[in-house]
Design a protein around this ligand. Sequence first.
Ligand code: ADP
Length: 259
Amino acid sequence: MASNGKHSTATALAINDLTVAYNGKPALWDVDLEVPEGVLMAVVGPNGAGKSTLIKAALDLIPRATGEVRFYGQPYVKARRWVGYVPQRSSVDWDFPTSVLDVVMMGLYGQLGWFKRPGKNARALAMQALEQVSLADLAHRQISQLSGGQQQRTFLARALVQDAQLYFMDEPFAAVDAVTERAIVGLLHELRARGKTVIVVHHDLQTVPEYFDWVTLLNVERIASGPTELVFTETNLQRTYGGRVSTLAAAPEPLAVAL
Ligand code: ADP
């Protein structure tokens, strides 16, 4: 059960038999996944396990060899309006000459249409989101002049204005300072409290039980998926990481560190 004590029965994301290969080599093999609405889910697995590939395949950004992905029963092409994506910070050209506010307003294009100029209302929504991530002061700064944590918060503000039902976030905690990490965790919990489903690629195994109520363990194949307290076990972690996991014996909860 989630820490908020309830899960609705709707399935936010359903993946069936998903196989993705690059140059004939499978990065994901026959993956099945059902994610209930309203959970905050970590996707965990070693480097190269296919975590980013899973997100990209779900969003039709890369071709699938086989398989089907449904958001609330719909293919992505029909569901894109409700699906938000926060890509890896490193995958973006931060030298592109644009302001923080403009990046955040891009989150509204799904609602505005690409060819409509954002008006006052759009600006107000974007500013509100920037305030939520404590970045309003930097709204007019060029994105090339942001720190890593500020870049990450810009992305989160963009996701917030999109007002999606389901969010994918690819390593939002990568290389952020402790203050930004707390801010992101707060935001994730707020999204869940608003009934959103949030799927996060996450590397720090120690914080999984604290931050997430649902977890998927992945290593090309799906190893396990479900409520954190049932799935995030030493046995499953060993199946995911092989011998490369040392558990902290004194820990009160299943807790592990990838070496
Ligand atoms: P993770 O996010 O778990 O680290 P990825 O999904 O990025 O894993 O990658 C899974 C596997 O697919 C890795 O072996 C990686 O090298 C390979 N891969 C990822 N993207 C490409 C690509 N564009 N072309 C070829 N191989 C790729």
